[in-house]
Design a protein around this ligand. Sequence first.
Ligand SMILES: O=C(O)C(=O)C[C@H](O)[C@H](O)COP(=O)(O)O
Length: 217
Amino acid sequence: MPPVNQSAHIREICALAPVIPVLVVEDAAWAVPLAQALVAGGLPVLEVTLRTPAALDAIAAMVQVPGAIVGAGTVLGAQDARAARAAGAGFAVSPGMTGALAAACAETGLPLLPGVATASEVMQAQEAGFDALKFFPAGPAGGAGYLKALAGPLPRIGFCPTGDISAQNATAYLSLPNVLCVGGSWVAPAAMMRAGDWAGIEALARQAAELGAGLER
Ligand SMILES: O=C(O)C(=O)C[C@H](O)[C@H](O)COP(=O)(O)O
């Protein structure tokens, strides 16, 4: 029996915008204006990394922002998955995949975008029922050329490359048929968040939201 498709909801989320901002939120007070700026700029899907003490409070605040679809990033294990779910996260992103993490996400009803970097990892994720995967770290692991090569033997997998993606190189990824969207921190730089430059972040989001324009994905 084929495994249950674990990626159906993730595919819907990835179809909403060409770029998922990867957010490192140092202060939960940033959460609402940051989410409002990104949504206003055309990027409704937000990934808050669980790398800061403020992350869970930030997720809980952001889910109240109209139009925002908020997920947790850097979800490394069952405890992270449960905490993200309790904070209201709608999906989880991880740099890699373990059986324990996949089981915890399935159990808590948290759609998971698991990370992979090799063909073997893609095959393992596929066996577990995932067909939408994060390609991480995209740049150092081989970039758009590497993903293009994976499409030959693994044509049913859609990727969200993340890691070293910028406004300059995003289109090279987005133009590949096996790329669903890209992730990146460039739309919310630490210096702009610390300065409360929400208008500047909205402008960066607006540029990023236009990156996929004209491409058939
Ligand atoms: O925290 C995680 O779960 C990660 O997987 C790492 C992030 O996705 C990348 O650090 C974002 O990469 P940059 O856009 O190059 O900053």
